[in-house]
Design a protein around this ligand. Structure first.
Ligand code: FEO
Length: 393
């Protein structure tokens, strides 16, 4: 794929990965993007996962011959995995990266950090390769500390490392966002799963990006963004400020024998009947946890429903809440449903786990179920539904 007259896509698609980053299901596969910039001199942007080294190096040779510069923006192995093979295949190439990335290279590659073939760059440094001048922008913790992004002022392209990435192989989702009609869904799951903890750092990068004239974003995953950049930048702004993106209630639950589930289903029906814009119900034991996390960050209200278990809460709910709080969960309206047959305390435990979350509004009508719903708890459930729905009227 030719992105501009001088910029060529040389990335690869992975349909074999079972869990991306050892963690995330990727039903549409995964892309490891890499780019060649051809000018008086030639630069290659990032490598790919080690399993695709030969395929990628073949593409680089075809597009660039023998490149002059190899720019490494990020050292996570989905991008750094083929660096060694590249440096062997192209012995004349200079590797360009941040000092922190070279330190990581030594750790990954048994002391090898290419001291005699390298150019260390920092914030604001530039590299002229002919008519293109590349400016390096540091982006610490988006998503590792060594990350740099690269701006090409001639074609107005931001090479954004992991930022603006999305799960999905490009031969499934499309090579550019002109073909990809569902970018936000898998970009959101990717963002909150992988970068979500680092909202402050993402905001810092967005502020730097605001000072650049950007026409195209080339991320390390997902399609090349060639249109509607305001939409994509706007979503990143919302996500990294931890602002709710959509109005609606997520009900995340666990249920052992179906009694908590029955209450959750009844609540969902009532909320829909009362006109709540969207109601999303997630069984945490049987759903993709990353999708549940994404939804909890997306919507303005979350109902946590679980059983008391081992004097605490059911394990899938514990994992869910920990996945939220370790990603700086905040700015939500929250309600609890607890179930317990002799000493219910799940609501207290869940509220305690959310103690450090900022700007939370707790509903007045939390629901306690003693084993199974009865007339009294059904009346309380109605009161909770009324309270939740009132906010959207
Ligand atoms: Fe795509 Fe942080 O690696």
């Amino acid at each position: 794929m030719k992105i501009t007259n001088d910029i060529i896509y040389v990335g690869v698609n992975d349909h074999d990965v079972d869990l991306f980053e050892g963690h995330y299901i990727v039903p549409e596969g995964m892309a490891y993007n890499s780019y060649v910039i051809k000018d008086g001199k030639t630069a290659v942007m990032d490598s790919v996962d080690a399993h695709f080294a030969d395929e990628w190096i073949g593409k680089v040779k075809e597009a660039a011959g023998s490149p002059d510069y190899f720019i490494v923006q990020h050292m996570e192995p989905d991008h750094s995995g083929s660096i060694k093979e590249f440096m062997k295949a192209f012995p004349e190439t200079t590797i360009v990266s941040s000092q922190k990335a070279f330190n990581m290279m030594a750790n990954f590659f048994e002391g090898e950090s290419y001291e005699d073939r390298r150019l260390v760059v920092k914030e604001g440094d530039t590299l002229e390769i002919g008519s293109h001048t590349l400016t390096f922008v540091t982006a610490p913790m988006v998503h590792w500390p060594e990350v740099i992004m690269t701006y090409d002022a001639k074609d107005k392209v931001l090479f954004s490392a992991d930022a603006f990435g999305r799960f999905g192989a490009l031969d499934v989702i499309g090579e550019t966002n002109e073909e990809d009609d569902d970018w936000a869904c898998e970009a959101r799951r990717y963002y909150f799963g992988i970068v979500g903890k680092y909202g402050i750092q993402t905001q810092a990068v967005l502020k730097k990006a605001a000072g650049l004239d950007i026409k195209i974003i080339c991320a390390l995953h997902g399609p090349v963004l060639v249109k509607d950049l305001g939409y994509h930048l706007g979503l990143y702004d919302t996500w990294s400020k931890y602002e709710p993106e959509s109005q609606g209630v997520v009900i995340a639950y666990t249920s052992v024998y179906g009694n908590t589930k029955k209450a959750v289903e009844m609540l969902a029906e009532k909320l829909e009947a009362k006109g709540v814009p969207e109601v999303v119900v997630t069984d945490l034991a049987r759903s993709d946890m990353a999708e549940a996390v994404e939804d909890a960050f997306r919507y303005d209200t979350v109902v946590f429903a679980t059983t008391t278990f081992n004097n605490g809460i059911f394990p899938f709910m514990r994992e869910f809440i920990e996945s939220l709080t370790e990603r700086s969960f905040q700015n939500k309206r929250v309600a609890f449903i607890e179930n317990g047959s002799w000493a219910p305390q799940a609501a207290k435990v869940m509220k305690g786990m959310l103690e450090g979350s900022k700007n939370m509004t707790y509903c007045d009508n939390d629901l306690r179920i003693l084993s199974a719903l009865n007339d009294e708890s059904r009346a309380k459930l109605e009161a909770l539904a009324e309270e939740l729905a009132a906010a959207y009227k």
